[in-house]
Design a protein around this ligand. Sequence first.
Ligand code: MN
Length: 319
Amino acid sequence: MRKIALEEHIIFPEFIDYLAETKQNILSSLFDKVVGALSDFGDRRLEMMDQNGVDYVVLSISGPGVQIEPDTATAIRLSHLANDRLAAEIQKRPTRYGGFAHLALQDPKGAADELERCMRELKFVGALINGQTLGVYLDDPRYDVFWERVSALKASIYLHPGNPQTIAPAYANHPELWGPTWSWAAETCTHALRLIFRGTFDRYPDARLILGHMGETLPIQGWRLDSRYPISNHRHAIQKKPSDYLRSNVFVTTSGVCSDAALRCALEELGPHNVMFSIDYPFEDTQTACDWIDGADISEAERAAVSCGNAIALLGLPL
Ligand code: MN
């Protein structure tokens, strides 16, 4: 089965220092190993794709990138550099590579303008955002200008994990929980729920949110969210049930979760068009992910949709 993957990472030299922030989350030995793979746009990456039946990947800077840059002007300059350089790589292999924009969210209006430039001029398919930016989450009113543009462009925003600014006491003395094992799922899932409960998708109904890692646990939460929201001290009214937004505006990828049960849950709770294959190269193993989806216990129609059809439809891929 031909496959398209959407959470596939790259790095440019100017961004390695930002990536080093994730040394708090993963073993240093893994970090050193991935930098070489992230920096390669040619033989190694394409060989891995060809060996495993991956036709096309959407590339994105490995986080957190400029989102942790305290100087706004530097963040803006480097985000434009990243996007121009990625566009040049895509141009060399337009049938294999697409791109998600890297944005300096320190400047919401500038980020909206850069997203529009990336989609209109560089033919990117959306943007990938690494969690909060200097303590500000995407539901903050100052991002209304950004979501307005996202909705107008019918852009997809991939909300990728990033660390919050402080470590909650619950993680004390448990570094294994801090990062991909658990805290990234909790942080990213919470960030997505902030958007839902702030009414973002009522105001900007054409905005699409993509979550990796089979939805960061969100697919199992729908019933409870609907049940408990009415008795909560909510501050903003929303027009639909919380779980309705999971079906209308939230899409998930299978990155880093090769589980039939989790896949079936996501398909049933979110819908047959809301789940898309991904790998999370080079942090996850390409062959493991590809062998799994090729043999997963779902129908052939579901496999075709998850492996490539849903991504083509959602992102308007030129394939
Ligand atoms: Mn990733």
